[in-house]
Design a protein around this ligand. Structure first.
Ligand code: ZN
Ligand code: FE
Length: 255
């Protein structure tokens, strides 16, 4: 049973993701930033959308939902907590709920911080987590609704996933995130190497998303808030992990 993962660039810097079960023919979409590129990808592959998973209510993650539902009659799944501000849900879920796609387990994880009611989906069978605007490549989402403590809880939960998990996040912000990361963690050799890789990839018009969790843990300054080396780099050796995270998040807002 093989699951194919396809990354689709949308709008100016968004990503959507398809997961296709080659045996059943079922296809899931994670976030719907824009109809046309998603429809084009499905048509080119001859795939029919069966399931549409939503991470959070922002327009750049849900704009294509109604068009895609009309075109495919797919099941739309999103957070029960946010049902009042999401497109109509066929299945409203809460963190910890049992959920599956074509017989494959999908874990619903709380991912508050960027918004309250933001969720992430982890598919062990695809070794992939769909994190929307929570954990991102070399970054994390801006805190529009949640507190630093809430985002830190989200990030620590995501960090507990297996190291070889692909982090499928919502935006191509990695080059700008790398510039900030280097400003707070300039001596980190893994980060220096990754920043060079990101520059090279963007010069070749390659996507830097998805990224491996192991690489995020080694280089993402927000995930490194609990590391002694990171605390030292921001002169907060004696502060708690969540405080260090809050300081780094604040520094990014003002970068
Ligand atoms: Zn968002
Ligand atoms: Fe977004």
């Amino acid at each position: 049973m093989t699951l194919d993962l396809v990354t689709i660039p949308c709008r100016s810097d968004n990503y959507a993701f398809l997961v296709h079960d080659t045996e059943s023919g079922d296809t899931a979409l994670f976030d719907a930033p824009e109809t046309a590129p998603i429809k084009a990808e499905l048509d080119a592959r001859g795939w029919t959308l069966t399931d549409l998973f939503i991470t959070h209510h922002h327009g750049d993650h849900v704009e294509g939902v109604e068009d895609l539902r009309a075109a495919f009659g797919c099941r739309v799944i999103g957070a029960k907590h946010d049902a009042h501000r999401l497109p109509a849900l066929d299945q409203a879920v809460s963190p910890g709920d049992d959920l599956s796609f074509s017989g494959h387990k999908v874990d619903v994880m709380a991912a508050d911080g960027h918004t309250i009611g933001h969720i992430a989906f982890y598919m062990p069978g695809a070794k992939a987590a769909f994190t929307g605007d929570s954990l991102m490549a070399l970054g994390c989402g801006r805190l529009f609704e949640g507190t630093p403590d809430q985002m830190w809880t989200t990030l620590t939960t995501l960090m507990s996933l297996p190291d070889d998990t692909l982090i499928c996040s919502g935006h191509e912000y990695t080059a700008a995130n790398a510039r900030f990361a280097l400003s707070v963690d300039p001596q980190n050799p893994d980060l220096i190497r990754r920043a060079d890789d990101v520059t090279a990839m963007r010069n070749r018009d390659e996507f830097t998303v998805p990224s491996l969790l192991s690489l995020e843990k080694a280089t993402n300054p927000f995930l490194r808030a609990g590391e002694p080396g990171m605390k030292k780099a921001v002169s907060m050796e004696h502060d708690g992990d969540a405080e260090v995270f809050a300081a780094i998040r604040k520094a990014k807002d003002n970068f």
